[in-house]
Design a protein around this ligand. Sequence first.
Ligand SMILES: NC(=[NH2+])NCCC[C@H](N)C(=O)O
Length: 320
Amino acid sequence: MERFIKLIKNRSDIGAGTRGSDLGIDAIEIAAINRNSDYFNQFEFEDVKTHNESIYDKNRNTFAKRIEHVVEQCTRVSYAVKHNLKENYFPIVLSGDHSSALGTISGIKAVYPTKAVGVVWIDAHADLHSPYTSPSGNIHGMPLSAALGEDNLDCKVNEVSPETVQHWENMKNIGTSGTKILPENLIYFGVRDTEEAEDSQIEKLGIKNYKVDEVRYRGLQTCVAEALSKLSNCDLIYISFDVDSMDCDMISYGTGTPVPKGFDQHEVIAIINQIIKSKKVVCIEVVEVNPLLDTKGNKMAETAFEVLEQITSTIILPIE
Ligand SMILES: NC(=[NH2+])NCCC[C@H](N)C(=O)O
């Protein structure tokens, strides 16, 4: 059976603290054009309407900035993912900031409410804050807490307004009400820049993080095979690739929150391709390319495109 790909372009950056990741999708497309690639002409696509004008709003919800608009944006992403999955497409979501992943996960769960969804999160960050713990109030640091239904009140440092609480509750209930994923079905690759509140959640919830060093020391294939066996109870897998999982010094600073000592693109490609071969992957997302911050021309987008191209060819291999 062949799987048809649908590119979902979600040019939204309102969950980030720095502007410009909404331009990441077009930067990737330009990287493809400059390489004489037909990639973006090859697949059907859909644009998700954005709410980027909301960055001009005064921040009422200090500990979850623009949350009402992020909820709306995630809801739009969830609809796009949901209807494309229902139409048997394999959605590749190209998003600006990583808050979108909550929308994607919610869309998957809306189509498969009774299935266990596994998440492979390739990122420098754990994105495990809530409005109660966030140091920045940027919602791209929170999507997994919303998906897990975790407030982490044990580590509460912020006095959150009733309005923010209401929006946060809405955020946890996009697509289907209640939690979308279980902590044992979430696996990190490359997480290396966390705050205490997140560390305590990772420990309490027992979330496995394959650190860059571990992947290199034990071997990438071994680690991915182990990750897949940890997800053996999952019916479906979603892969979320944040480009800041890659080493900013080696690759590029073209992302909102760059972190050194990360993967290179070949490692990311190998991780993702091995997971795709499990045949459980139903959706992949690529996020956080910010061309305005790139000090090497369009290098981050070019590298993201390299990953995109390589993983797409694995997806479209016919599956028996
Ligand atoms: N998706 C991202 N780039 N997340 C970065 C989050 C950084 C930091 N932990 C925060 O919550 O503000």
